[in-house]
Design a protein around this ligand. Sequence first.
Ligand code: ADP
Ligand code: MG
Length: 728
Amino acid sequence: MAEKYDLLKALKDHFGFDSFKGNQQAIIEHVLMGRDTFVLMPTGGGKSLCYQLPALLMEGTAVIISPLIALMKNQVDAIRGYCREDGVAHFMNSSLNKNQLECVKEDIRRGITKMLYVAPESLTKEDNIAFLRSINISFYAIDEAHCISEWGHDFRPEYRRIRPIVSEIGEHPIVALTATATPKVQHDIQKNLGMEDVAIFKSSFNRPNLFYQIKPKNEGVDKDIVKFILSQPQKSGIIYCMSRNKVTTFAQVLQANGIKALPYHAGLDAKERAENQDAFIEERVDVIVATIAFGMGIDKPDVRYVIHYDMPKSIEGYYQETGRAGRDGGEGKCIAYYRPEDLDKLEKFMKNKPISEQEIGRQLLGETAAYAESSICRRIFLLNYFGEEYKSDNCGSCDNCLMPKKKVEAKELLLNVLEVVDTLKEKFKTDYVIKILRGETNADIESFGHENLECFGIGKEEDENLWNAVIRQALISGYLDKDVETYGVLKMTQAGKKFIKKPVSFKVVDENDEEEVDDDNASRSGGGSGGAVDPVLFSMMKDLRKKMGAQNKVPPYVIFQDSSLESMATFYPVTLDELQNIPGVGAGKAARYGAKFVELIKRHVEDNDIERPEDMRVRTLPNKSKMKVSIIQQIDRKVALDDVAMSHGLDFDALLSEIEAIVYSGTRINISYFIEEAMDEDHQEDIFQYFKESTTDSLDAAMDELGDDYTEEEIRLVRIKFLSELAN
Ligand code: ADP
Ligand code: MG
């Protein structure tokens, strides 16, 4: 059946993409053959397309089950953006009134609706089931299928009822999709959906464009985050906090620092929640501070950083939440603040839960701590957790690879640990083993008489942190094993026994010697556009996109994605036909949104005498704007301004004039890195304050007012910063 379709052409026609990502094509062929299909693919991998494209091609309507009502609208908007006909996708949930529901049903009966999104709750309503029985269904897609499993990070009991209800509506092929790939969750999903005999497509869970960093959490955390956000102007980011309270107060901290931020948590009323979410998606604010209630299914592709103020409860959660950064393949920085006490607190919260649940929870917390404290490549650790091997020992895009922690030889220490574990007959957990090593007693220890053991106190010189590090590293290196059945009892492995007989070098991180990853390294990694993008045009198109998003009541990225705008700002398409050569622009999008963009591009090309070769391949700029572009790019790369001037054969004054022209034309640039190097802090603040209060930006007026203590150059530099930050 799949041969019937030219899939590449369909992909281009409907979505404007030139090629499939990963194993999308194989998956889609399976779905088109009407076979049950199980898709395990990381966030941003392109799961939606795996059901959307077949849905568009097949007879009938695909029923898409997706967990959150609030987010369905986004997904439906996104599809409509690709098609000429709004009726192609609908959602059915409790937010629709009777009339709206009737319209939806009418479109489905008329056969123009290819995709119907439903919430699992709606599937339990008799009316809805009766209606679904009466229509022609192409297949079921179950998105975020990990909600079925208690071992997933977002268990939803309603998801357990999908299977019986599907049977009631009628058997059709099922496509299950998830970004959680632990073997346990995978097994639960298959079992619950009765998909024993299913084609499984598991992609690599590596997200090469994400940069991972764990920072120690101390009193400076607020300041640290504020500083980071201010260094990422105009970029979207998510800050996750554990409690609603923290969300509220930290959003206020950010606001007080002039950052456009809003809170989001389940305690806000529905209206405020929706408003804040929209403000973020529509880019009216840069930052959302949220509990984990925020984010599932939010398909904003250009989130540039995800910060965990508190460490999540599980590695699945961490992977999922960090996964919301850089879905478009561009830059995505993931920074988490860790201190062990936070996880202890989470463990205490579980006290009232059933024992089995506590044990699951505790084990997940332990893995999270191990990840946070580990000195091995974050990527290797994460992928290993998902049962995948990463074939390099330096990923070049995590803190541990870029800034390896100092390690110390711990051969003797490991021998001590192994001796204690052995003496205790492999019956005790980490905490207990450490107490014995350190020679500390408690009621437990006394009841066993363990304070009389020969090894009691053999490690009292070293502190608890170091012992923890040794044991964790021993677990990672395979000398010890944690027993799953008994939840964390330390067992000796074959390798451990061998080590006792014939010790080899064994290194652990010296925790007291932490260094910071410098920002240069951090920003060098991760995606990025690279090269020839015309920043002025790009920025104008971003504005246009925002405006059109507001007019059409859709998020900006539904209009065109960042990568498409970048490509437009490189190749300057000036007709709707040419526009379709741009990745991410199909016929539907071109027809719907293209006209204003090509108009803008055309005007820009004419105004700036940009030479536009027919084949839209090579881009040449007249010298004048070429220099501006290059100046902006150098500043983006934080090149010192004197060097920028020199490389263009300008003197410093002339360079400042060029930069002023750029800023006055509405482009934001950030020269703080240079000002901070070159100027006295008080001077910066005084001048900045002056412009804040002044009614004019005139240089002469400023020089008069500020007096001889400040040079003209200083005033001009700070004025550029001021204009860029506040006026643009
Ligand atoms: P997931 O649901 O797996 O997290 P999405 O379906 O939301 O991922 O897709 C992530 C991003 O990848 C979206 O911005 C989407 O437009 C883009 N995308 C999907 N398939 C392709 C493709 N074949 N070529 C280019 N971009 C794609
Ligand atoms: Mg998805």
